[in-house]
Design a binder for this molecule. Structure first.
Ligand code: DX5
Ligand code: ZN
Length: 207
């Protein structure tokens, strides 16, 4: 079964809780992009803003920041379901993954489009969630990069029970390709939030 995680990056930040209320009952996770202007060339917000989000839907936070280890305690105190950092942002991932689990969250790692997926092989035992980027991280509204499909297939073959999420350029068509490749979580920003009928967009992703 596929899970849907709307990415609030494409929502109106001035009315975030109202925006979330339009889709939360139909969503499995709320995907929250935290960007620092260094790891990616864009800025969003940090833990103080995430703490203000009011929803019963589990939060999945995607850290696109340098030194993600500095922020784990702050985010853990919010009560997230999933905390994901980038493989490219740390020198040694296992200790950080263990720390995230120890603080009661699912431990996730994300890989940028140019990162070879096989680097995750030694990390699989520490991972609850892998977020395959299908665009360069930083901005919504970009086109899906099909090279993500082979990464998803490789992961699914190696880890039948792993949560495999895909993020970037997801719509009904690319979402189907990702599901066929083995992804079980579809993250979509503009496809949902810019739709005239957001719930119909979510339904189309479930297929
Ligand atoms: C991009 C973010 C995505 C973004 C996806 O760096 O990680 O979550 O919101 O946006 P769409 O679905 O519009 O490609
Ligand atoms: Zn994201």
């Amino acid at each position: 079964m596929v899970h849907i995680a709307p990415s609030i990056l494409s929502a109106d930040f001035g009315a975030l809780n109202k925006e979330i209320s339009t889709i939360e009952a139909h969503s499995d996770y709320m995907h929250i992009d935290v960007m620092d202007g260094h790891f990616v060339p864009n800025l969003t917000f940090g833990a103080p803003v995430v703490r203000c989000i009011q929803t019963d839907t589990p939060l999945d936070v995607h850290l696109m920041v340098e030194n993600p280890q500095h922020y784990v305690d702050d985010f853990a105190s919010i009560g997230l379901e999933v905390l994901t950092f980038h493989y490219e942002a740390v020198e040694y991932a296992p200790s950080l993954l263990k720390r995230i689990r120890k603080q009661g969250m699912k431990a996730g790692i994300s890989v940028k489009p140019n990162t070879d997926i096989t680097v995750l092989k030694p990390l699989l035992e520490h991972l609850d969630w892998v977020l395959v980027m299908s665009v360069e991280p930083g901005f919504g509204g970009q086109s899906f990069m099909p090279a993500a499909l082979d990464k998803i297939k490789w992961l699914r073959e190696k880890a039948p029970d792993l949560d495999i999420a895909v993020d970037g350029g997801i719509n009904a068509e690319t979402g189907t390709l990702c599901k066929e490749a083995g992804a079980n979580i579809l993250i979509a920003g503009s496809y949902i939030f810019k739709a005239d009928d957001r719930l119909a967009a979510i339904r189309s992703l479930r297929g």
